[in-house]
Design a protein around this ligand. Structure first.
Ligand code: IPE
Ligand code: IPE
Ligand code: MG
Length: 249
């Protein structure tokens, strides 16, 4: 807990989203199968969820499986699905004890039935929890999310239930999977790549981005705190001038 004291509690990001990348390279550099990297990555998930709760973050979104990740070899996909299932089964008690509210973004209907069943049970069981919102991005693709929202609104317009002039940025946000969640303040990507890989494209418009060279299985609580500390040193201008933001104008 001591390192979190370095953080300014008044300037914490409300919502942190993480692109957990580098499991495969982590494994490969050790001569291991890629799946061993994913297995090691689950331990990091446990560590970072715990840290986020203790630090007092309101929402943590973890990019666990993208809509494009279905294109990976079938053995890797099925390995990831079994890891997801065992993670959900083993974490329910922890979530309950720690007042964590689980939600997901993405095409849940594309997940194998045994996973969606465990997932739905965990979501229902933690629905009344008021602490950290743990939001898992599963079979998630941002373009798919945006198109689905546009399609839904178009249907409502055709049915006369929505007027085109009522489609505002705020209303649009309400049709996304992330409805009700604040936009991420900080997006962390591990594994050193400088890209968003179809993650929260709409929601990321003013997110601060932090790239870590560390592969996800090696990412520590200290690395997480360091990313938040860097975020706290940034000046978020939202289009204004630095002077306007710092009150010097
Ligand atoms: C991230 O690690 C986990 C998932 C995408 C499921 P990768 O598996 O992409 O690891 P690298 O990028 O190949 O190292
Ligand atoms: C992004 O990582 C998706 C997840 C972390 C789940 P990828 O490894 O799939 O991204 P690309 O393919 O390198 O862009
Ligand atoms: Mg990758």
């Amino acid at each position: 807990m001591s390192t979190s004291l370095e953080l300014d509690k008044k300037k914490l990001p409300q919502h942190i989203a993480i692109i957990m990348d580098g499991n495969g390279r982590w494994a490969r550099s050790r001569g291991l199968m890629r799946l061993m990297g994913h297995k090691a990555g689950v331990k990091t998930v446990q560590l970072i969820v715990k840290a986020a709760r203790e630090i007092g973050i309101s929402a943590l979104t973890l990019y666990a499986f993208s809509s494009e990740n279905w294109k990976r070899p079938a053995t890797e996909v099925s390995g990831l699905m079994s890891l997801l299932k065992s993670y959900l089964e083993s974490e329910l008690a922890f979530m309950q004890e720690n007042n964590i509210h689980l939600r997901t973004i993405g095409r849940k209907e594309n997940l194998p039935r045994e996973i969606s069943e465990v997932l739905n049970a965990s979501i229902a069981n933690t629905a009344a929890n008021t602490g950290l919102v743990l939001n898992l991005a599963l079979s998630y693709g941002s373009r798919d999310e945006i198109v689905a929202a546009a399609r839904e609104m178009a249907k409502l317009c055709v049915a006369g239930k929505l007027r085109p002039e009522d489609i505002t940025e705020e209303a649009f946000s309400g049709y996304l999977y992330t409805a009700g969640l604040p936009d991420p303040d900080l997006i962390i990507r591990t594994g050193g790549e400088f890209r968003l890989s179809n993650f929260l494209l709409w929601q990321a418009s003013y997110a601060e981005i932090f790239i870590s060279e560390t592969h996800w299985p090696d990412f520590t609580r200290e690395d997480f705190i360091a990313a938040i500390a860097t975020f706290q040193k940034r000046q978020r201008r939202f289009g204004k001038t630095g002077d306007q933001v710092s009150g010097n104008n």
